[in-house]
Design a protein around this ligand. Structure first.
Ligand code: GLV
Length: 336
């Protein structure tokens, strides 16, 4: 019998949460990489050979080679909002739908940007290490572990998308003045959030805290370089929950050790995992986390379910709710 009714095939580069696997398995034959870490390149290239859909994380490089290997690929569903690991142009050329998971992680990520901001300003991580290491030998002291105030300061948001806006909203509770820079000025949102637009350089000069929320593109790679750090206030802090390469870490190291800025808090790194011998990790005026800004159980389940739904839509011949490459509709149209 020819397989006229056979199910489409899907490969996932990780096992997703059960709720998401069930959605995929309801329409497809699903294989997955059963480890916490990404599949080796040769495994990925081999697994995509016969599949209609690929579900991946931001840790996999999904380039032309992968798409060439996956001759039947119709959809690449990323379990993340950022998709700089995917060659979207190559996908569009081949009529492959690319989807992501926007919205569901906005508030969780904004919360974490704030957690990092508070941690670096008030030296929370240093204080924890200080107590545990037995260095707390005198009682309350006027000068012990002095940090910087957050309340009433100026917050600079670089990239006023969903997450940048959510970070800005939270600043009202701290009576902060909020300025933002984005390639698109959005006067309606400025009014709604009570925030002001600044050119990038002016924002650097003015903000006490700068929180980065831009996608990684050729234009934003190393946006924070030596020149940017030299322009910032000596008392300012940088918070990055976007993508590591937006910050030039060598320049950041100079900025932190030569006193160009006061501190930095990074959830994302130029290389992930960041090597343990990264000189930044030796500094006290930095807080680091292993790319976990969206890592609440609720949010990660929502992301996985959303990715599964996106993928299944395409397999069922429908335009997926979170389509990244709208131009693909001209190359291989689907029902809306
Ligand atoms: C995480 O970094 C994401 O892009 O969702």
């Amino acid at each position: 019998m020819s397989g006229a009714t056979s199910k489409p095939k899907v490969y996932c580069t990780r096992k997703l949460f059960d709720q998401a696997m069930e959605i995929l398995e309801s329409v497809a034959e699903v294989r997955f990489w059963d480890k916490e870490y990404p599949p080796p390149r040769e495994v990925l290239l081999n697994e995509v050979r016969d599949v209609d859909g690929l579900c991946c994380l931001l840790t996999e490089k999904i380039d032309r080679e992968v798409m060439e290997a996956g001759k039947n690929l119709k959809v690449i569903s990323q379990v993340a909002v950022g998709y700089d690991n995917i060659d979207v142009e190559a996908a569009t050329e081949r009529g492959i739908y690319v989807t992501n998971t926007p919205g569901v992680l906005t508030e969780t990520t904004a919360d974490f940007a704030w957690a990092l901001l508070m941690a670096i300003a008030r030296r929370v991580v240093e204080a924890d290490k200080f107590v545990r290491s037995g260095k707390w030998t005198i009682p309350w002291s006027l000068t012990m572990l002095l940090g910087s105030d957050v309340y009433g300061k100026t917050l600079g948001i670089v990239g006023l998308g969903r997450i940048g806006s959510a970070v800005a909203r939270r600043a009202k509770g701290f009576n902060m003045r909020v300025v933002y820079y984005d390639i698109y000025r959005n006067k309606e949102l400025e009014e709604k959030l009570g925030i002001e637009y600044r050119e990038f350089k002016d924002l650097l000069k003015e903000a006490d805290f700068i929180s980065i929320h831009v996608p990684l593109t050729p234009n934003t790679r190393h946006l924070f370089n030596e020149e940017a750090f030299k322009t910032m206030k000596k008392t300012a802090y940088l918070i990055n929950t976007s993508r590591g390469p937006v910050v030039d870490e060598k320049a950041l190291y100079k900025a932190l050790t030569e006193g160009w800025i006061k501190g930095a808090a990074l959830d994302v790194h130029e290389k992930e995992p960041t090597p343990p011998d990264n000189p930044l990790l030796k500094l006290d005026n930095i807080v680091v986390a292993p790319h976990i800004a969206s890592a609440s159980t609720e949010t990660r389940v929502k992301m996985a379910v959303m990715a599964a739904e996106n993928l299944v839509s395409v397999l069922q011949g429908k335009v997926p709710p979170n389509l990244v490459n709208k131009e693909v509709l001209k190359v291989r149209p689907l029902k809306s």
